[in-house]
Design a protein around this ligand. Structure first.
Ligand code: KIV
Length: 267
């Protein structure tokens, strides 16, 4: 088995110019396959709401939801670093709440790190969680938990003053002790500047080629997300079509008494 990935390996990868790969995983079989492929980081994202639970956005997702999915991922994972997303209202109320909920992700879920959305506004929270030895991944730019304030899923950092604000957010996340940071839906020139200015690795989604690593939601990559297809997603397979083909063949074979054959029967 390849050596287990830790947060130190991600730092080394940035320093050596080796790109980091991160994908979301929410279940045992998917986590097993992604781990076997060599993906360095498995993220139990709160995107579990959109892609697994059918919610309109990530806001209804709870700590219990993330822990349930994290446990399944951890059982399958041999090598990758497992990061659990802190869902909306699990860290915004108080530092005590944030530490307790982050602790549950590690103790009950088996995650090795947590991810938190926010920049300067979350500096104290990130610092407090890092201080109890729980590694934190930051997340700035388009932060889906801020959907109502942002007024939609829009590219961030294009308006007057936003670039400076996002740079300040990135520096605050690094200063607070985070080991890496997700940059979501920001112009590639800004992602490049942030990546150059930070010592910790940046992991981009819709943030261009210059980030230290890339993350995608696994359902988007595999073509299992219906018509949802933002510009930054590359679909590497179309499993929706493949699945429909397989299921329709099963239906037809059962209806036409072609399955099961003798080969699939006990004597
Ligand atoms: O919830 C999620 O899947 C995420 C990634 C898109 C970074 O936050």
């Amino acid at each position: 088995m390849d050596k287990k990935i830790s947060i130190l390996d991600l730092q080394d990868m940035k320093e050596n110019g080796e790109k980091i790969t991160m994908l979301t995983a929410y279940d045992y079989p998917t986590a097993r396959i992604l781990d076997q492929c060599g993906v360095e980081v498995l993220l139990i994202g709160d995107s579990v709401g959109n892609v697994m639970m059918g919610t309109d956005n990530t806001l209804p997702v709870t700590t219990d939801d993330i822990i349930y999915h994290t446990k399944a991922v951890v059982r399958a994972r041999k090598r990758a670093l497992v990061v659990a997303d802190m869902p909306f209202m699990s860290y915004q109320v108080s530092i005590e709440q944030a530490k307790r909920e982050a602790g549950r992700m590690i103790k009950d879920g088996g995650a090795e790190a947590v991810k938190i959305e926010g920049g300067e506004n979350m500096e104290e929270v990130i610092h407090a969680i890092c201080n109890i030895d729980i590694p934190v991944m930051g997340h700035i730019g388009l932060t889906p938990q801020s959907i109502h304030r942002l007024g939609g899923y829009k590219v961030q950092g294009k308006e007057e003053g936003q670039r400076e604000k996002l740079m300040a957010d990135a520096l605050a996340v690094e200063r607070s002790g985070a080991f890496s940071i997700v940059l979501e839906a920001v112009p590639l020139s800004l992602a490049k500047e942030i990546t150059r200015n930070l010592k910790i690795p940046t992991i981009g989604i819709g943030a261009g080629i210059h980030c230290d690593g890339q993350v995608l939601v696994i359902h988007d990559l595999l073509g299992l997300a219906g018509n949802f297809r933002p510009k930054f997603v590359k679909r590497y397979a179309n499993l929706e079509t493949e699945t429909k083909k397989a299921v329709k063949t099963f239906l037809s074979e059962v209806k036409n008494k072609k399955f099961p054959t003798d080969k699939h029967s006990f004597h």
